[in-house]
Design a protein around this ligand. Structure first.
Ligand SMILES: [Mg+2]
Length: 145
C-alpha cells in the first residue's frame, strides 16, 4: 500500500517496506494472564495497522483453542467474528520474517522480527501516533456501525 513508509531503523532499516507483517500472540498478549482483561490498546493498534495496509496475523502455539477467544474479541470490538481472521500456528512462521511480533513470551516463537514488543509495550503508543490513528474503533453508538 502506498501509505506504508520505509523502515528508518531496526534490522530492516533502509529497506522498502515490503515486509508489512505484524504477528500477535493470543494468551497473555491479547488477553489473559498478566493483563487486566482484554488488551484494548493492543487491539486498537492492530486495527489501525490493518486499516493502513499492514498484514496482521494472530498466531498461537494453541491455535485451535485460541480461535474462539479471538473471534469473541472481533465480535466485541468490531462486531465482526472474523475481524482477526484465522489464528495461525506459531510453527508455521518459524524462520519467517515479520516487521513486528507482539508476544508476552518471545521464546515461544522463532520469527525473525524487526521489532519485538511486549503486550503493553510503550512502542505501541508511539506507533499509533506514527500511524496517525487516533480513532480506530467503530463508534458503536453510531447506527451505521
Ligand atoms: Mg502468550
Amino acid at each position: 500500500m502506498s501509505q506504508l513508509k520505509k523502515a528508518t531503523h531496526g534490522p530492516f532499516a533502509g529497506e522498502s517496506q515490503e515486509n508489512n507483517l505484524i504477528l500477535c500472540d493470543v494468551d497473555g498478549t491479547l488477553f489473559g494472564e498478566g493483563l487486566d482483561g482484554d488488551n484494548e490498546k493492543l487491539i486498537r493498534f492492530l486495527a489501525a495497522a490493518k486499516d493502513i495496509g499492514y498484514e496482521v496475523v494472530i498466531f498461537s502455539n494453541a491455535a485451535d483453542g485460541a480461535q474462539f477467544k479471538v473471534r469473541a474479541l472481533g465480535l466485541k470490538f468490531f462486531k465482526d467474528l472474523n475481524f482477526f481472521g484465522e489464528v495461525m500456528s506459531k510453527s508455521a512462521y518459524a524462520g519467517e520474517r515479520a516487521w513486528v511480533v507482539i508476544d508476552d513470551d518471545h521464546t515461544s516463537h522463532d520469527v525473525k522480527a524487526g521489532f519485538q514488543f511486549s503486550p503493553k509495550d510503550s512502542h505501541i503508543d508511539r506507533m499509533m501516533q506514527y500511524f496517525g490513528a487516533a480513532k480506530t474503533l467503530p463508534d458503536l453508538s453510531d447506527p451505521r456501525n
